[in-house]
Design a protein around this ligand. Structure first.
Ligand SMILES: [Zn+2]
Length: 209
Protein backbone atom coordinates (compact mmCIF):
# COMPACT_ATOMS: atom_id res chain seq x y z
CA UNK A 1 0.00 0.00 0.00
CA UNK A 2 1.60 3.32 -1.04
CA UNK A 3 1.39 5.86 1.80
CA UNK A 4 2.76 9.25 2.75
CA UNK A 5 4.16 8.06 6.08
CA UNK A 6 7.89 7.37 6.26
CA UNK A 7 8.61 6.48 9.86
CA UNK A 8 6.51 5.03 12.66
CA UNK A 9 7.91 4.61 16.16
CA UNK A 10 6.40 2.01 18.50
CA UNK A 11 7.19 2.31 22.19
CA UNK A 12 6.67 -0.85 24.27
CA UNK A 13 5.66 0.73 27.59
CA UNK A 14 7.84 0.16 30.69
CA UNK A 15 11.11 -1.79 31.00
CA UNK A 16 13.88 -2.61 33.43
CA UNK A 17 12.93 -1.86 37.03
CA UNK A 18 9.83 0.01 35.88
CA UNK A 19 7.94 -3.20 35.20
CA UNK A 20 4.44 -1.77 34.85
CA UNK A 21 1.25 -3.50 35.88
CA UNK A 22 1.33 -7.04 37.23
CA UNK A 23 -1.97 -8.61 36.38
CA UNK A 24 -4.08 -11.67 37.01
CA UNK A 25 -1.98 -13.65 34.49
CA UNK A 26 1.04 -13.01 36.75
CA UNK A 27 3.19 -11.42 34.08
CA UNK A 28 4.48 -7.85 34.04
CA UNK A 29 3.17 -5.31 31.58
CA UNK A 30 6.68 -4.64 30.21
CA UNK A 31 6.89 -8.13 28.68
CA UNK A 32 3.45 -7.97 27.11
CA UNK A 33 3.93 -4.52 25.59
CA UNK A 34 7.16 -5.73 23.98
CA UNK A 35 5.43 -8.82 22.62
CA UNK A 36 2.63 -6.76 21.08
CA UNK A 37 5.07 -4.14 19.73
CA UNK A 38 7.17 -6.79 17.95
CA UNK A 39 4.07 -8.38 16.42
CA UNK A 40 2.69 -4.99 15.38
CA UNK A 41 6.00 -3.98 13.79
CA UNK A 42 6.00 -7.18 11.68
CA UNK A 43 2.42 -6.59 10.62
CA UNK A 44 2.99 -2.94 9.68
CA UNK A 45 6.15 -3.80 7.72
CA UNK A 46 4.14 -6.37 5.76
CA UNK A 47 1.28 -3.93 5.08
CA UNK A 48 3.45 -0.89 4.30
CA UNK A 49 6.89 -2.05 3.09
CA UNK A 50 8.01 1.52 2.37
CA UNK A 51 7.47 2.68 5.93
CA UNK A 52 10.28 2.34 8.42
CA UNK A 53 8.98 0.90 11.68
CA UNK A 54 11.23 1.52 14.66
CA UNK A 55 10.87 0.33 18.25
CA UNK A 56 12.18 2.37 21.18
CA UNK A 57 13.43 -0.89 22.67
CA UNK A 58 13.80 -4.43 21.33
CA UNK A 59 14.52 -6.07 24.65
CA UNK A 60 14.06 -5.47 28.35
CA UNK A 61 16.44 -2.52 28.68
CA UNK A 62 15.95 0.52 30.91
CA UNK A 63 14.78 3.60 29.06
CA UNK A 64 13.53 6.91 30.45
CA UNK A 65 10.29 8.48 29.25
CA UNK A 66 12.10 11.38 27.59
CA UNK A 67 14.51 8.98 25.84
CA UNK A 68 11.50 7.16 24.40
CA UNK A 69 9.90 10.21 22.83
CA UNK A 70 13.30 11.54 21.74
CA UNK A 71 13.61 8.53 19.42
CA UNK A 72 10.52 9.76 17.58
CA UNK A 73 11.45 13.45 17.68
CA UNK A 74 14.94 12.75 16.34
CA UNK A 75 13.56 10.71 13.44
CA UNK A 76 10.79 13.26 12.73
CA UNK A 77 8.47 10.29 12.92
CA UNK A 78 5.00 10.47 11.42
CA UNK A 79 3.59 8.68 14.43
CA UNK A 80 4.60 7.60 17.93
CA UNK A 81 2.58 4.87 19.63
CA UNK A 82 3.25 4.10 23.27
CA UNK A 83 1.68 0.74 24.05
CA UNK A 84 0.37 -0.01 27.54
CA UNK A 85 -1.90 -2.26 29.50
CA UNK A 86 -4.04 -0.79 32.22
CA UNK A 87 -4.32 -1.64 35.88
CA UNK A 88 -6.91 -0.84 38.53
CA UNK A 89 -7.68 -1.58 42.16
CA UNK A 90 -11.27 -1.91 41.00
CA UNK A 91 -11.45 -5.50 39.72
CA UNK A 92 -14.38 -4.61 37.44
CA UNK A 93 -12.44 -2.01 35.45
CA UNK A 94 -12.35 -3.16 31.82
CA UNK A 95 -11.84 -1.83 28.30
CA UNK A 96 -9.51 0.40 26.34
CA UNK A 97 -8.69 4.09 26.23
CA UNK A 98 -6.28 6.41 24.51
CA UNK A 99 -4.45 9.60 25.41
CA UNK A 100 -2.91 12.52 23.58
CA UNK A 101 -1.25 15.64 24.99
CA UNK A 102 -4.03 18.22 24.55
CA UNK A 103 -2.64 21.49 25.99
CA UNK A 104 -0.45 19.82 28.60
CA UNK A 105 2.67 20.39 26.50
CA UNK A 106 2.38 24.17 27.07
CA UNK A 107 2.15 23.81 30.86
CA UNK A 108 5.17 21.48 30.71
CA UNK A 109 7.23 24.12 28.87
CA UNK A 110 6.14 26.91 31.21
CA UNK A 111 7.12 24.76 34.17
CA UNK A 112 10.53 24.16 32.59
CA UNK A 113 10.91 27.92 32.06
CA UNK A 114 11.09 27.55 28.28
CA UNK A 115 9.58 30.31 26.16
CA UNK A 116 6.92 29.11 23.73
CA UNK A 117 7.70 30.50 20.29
CA UNK A 118 5.08 30.82 17.54
CA UNK A 119 6.96 28.17 15.60
CA UNK A 120 6.80 25.80 18.56
CA UNK A 121 3.09 26.42 19.01
CA UNK A 122 2.35 25.69 15.35
CA UNK A 123 4.44 22.50 15.45
CA UNK A 124 2.77 21.31 18.63
CA UNK A 125 -0.75 22.08 17.47
CA UNK A 126 -0.15 20.26 14.22
CA UNK A 127 1.26 17.25 16.07
CA UNK A 128 -1.70 17.40 18.45
CA UNK A 129 -4.23 17.27 15.64
CA UNK A 130 -2.56 14.15 14.29
CA UNK A 131 -2.39 12.58 17.72
CA UNK A 132 -6.05 13.15 18.45
CA UNK A 133 -6.99 11.68 15.06
CA UNK A 134 -4.80 8.62 15.71
CA UNK A 135 -6.45 8.15 19.11
CA UNK A 136 -9.89 8.06 17.49
CA UNK A 137 -8.64 5.62 14.83
CA UNK A 138 -7.47 3.33 17.65
CA UNK A 139 -10.70 3.48 19.65
CA UNK A 140 -12.80 2.86 16.55
CA UNK A 141 -10.73 -0.14 15.45
CA UNK A 142 -10.86 -1.57 18.98
CA UNK A 143 -14.65 -1.12 19.21
CA UNK A 144 -15.06 -3.19 16.05
CA UNK A 145 -13.04 -6.10 17.42
CA UNK A 146 -13.69 -6.22 21.14
CA UNK A 147 -17.03 -6.11 22.86
CA UNK A 148 -15.76 -4.23 25.87
CA UNK A 149 -16.10 -0.71 27.19
CA UNK A 150 -14.70 2.14 25.09
CA UNK A 151 -13.37 4.39 27.85
CA UNK A 152 -12.79 7.18 25.39
CA UNK A 153 -10.15 9.47 23.95
CA UNK A 154 -8.57 11.59 26.68
CA UNK A 155 -5.81 14.11 27.20
CA UNK A 156 -2.97 13.10 29.52
CA UNK A 157 -0.08 14.88 31.20
CA UNK A 158 2.46 12.18 30.30
CA UNK A 159 6.08 12.94 29.46
CA UNK A 160 6.03 10.84 26.27
CA UNK A 161 3.16 13.09 25.11
CA UNK A 162 4.11 16.54 26.43
CA UNK A 163 7.66 16.29 25.00
CA UNK A 164 6.42 15.07 21.61
CA UNK A 165 7.01 17.21 18.54
CA UNK A 166 5.34 14.51 16.43
CA UNK A 167 1.83 12.99 16.67
CA UNK A 168 2.07 10.87 19.83
CA UNK A 169 -0.46 8.71 21.68
CA UNK A 170 -0.53 6.46 24.73
CA UNK A 171 -2.75 3.45 24.07
CA UNK A 172 -4.14 1.54 27.06
CA UNK A 173 -5.21 -1.66 25.38
CA UNK A 174 -6.83 -3.68 28.17
CA UNK A 175 -6.87 -4.14 31.95
CA UNK A 176 -4.36 -6.69 33.24
CA UNK A 177 -6.17 -6.47 36.59
CA UNK A 178 -9.49 -7.71 35.18
CA UNK A 179 -10.24 -11.42 35.74
CA UNK A 180 -11.03 -12.26 32.11
CA UNK A 181 -9.46 -9.40 30.16
CA UNK A 182 -6.22 -9.79 32.11
CA UNK A 183 -6.04 -13.50 31.28
CA UNK A 184 -6.91 -12.92 27.62
CA UNK A 185 -4.01 -10.50 27.27
CA UNK A 186 -1.51 -13.37 27.33
CA UNK A 187 -3.41 -15.54 24.82
CA UNK A 188 -2.02 -15.67 21.25
CA UNK A 189 -5.51 -15.44 19.71
CA UNK A 190 -6.34 -12.32 21.68
CA UNK A 191 -2.94 -10.78 21.00
CA UNK A 192 -3.33 -11.28 17.27
CA UNK A 193 -6.77 -9.61 17.36
CA UNK A 194 -5.17 -6.74 19.26
CA UNK A 195 -2.41 -6.43 16.67
CA UNK A 196 -5.04 -6.50 13.94
CA UNK A 197 -6.94 -3.64 15.56
CA UNK A 198 -3.75 -1.64 16.04
CA UNK A 199 -2.58 -2.15 12.47
CA UNK A 200 -5.98 -1.22 11.02
CA UNK A 201 -5.94 1.92 13.15
CA UNK A 202 -2.47 2.87 11.91
CA UNK A 203 -3.36 2.16 8.28
CA UNK A 204 -6.49 4.30 8.59
CA UNK A 205 -4.42 7.04 10.16
CA UNK A 206 -1.75 7.13 7.47
CA UNK A 207 -4.39 6.97 4.72
CA UNK A 208 -5.75 10.23 6.09
CA UNK A 209 -2.38 11.98 6.14
ZN1 LIG B 1 1.77 1.16 31.42
Amino acid sequence: MPVKARTIVIDPGHSGENEGAFGVARIHEKYLTLQIALLLADRLRALMPDVEVVLTRYRDESLSLSERIEVANRLHADLFLSLHFNNSLNPDAIGFESFWAGDYWAADMVKAGVEITDEERVAREQAGMGAERMAYCFNRAMRHRFEVLDRGVKTGDYTVLTRARVPAVVLEMAFLSHASEGLSAVMPEYQSRLVQALSVAVVNYVRGM
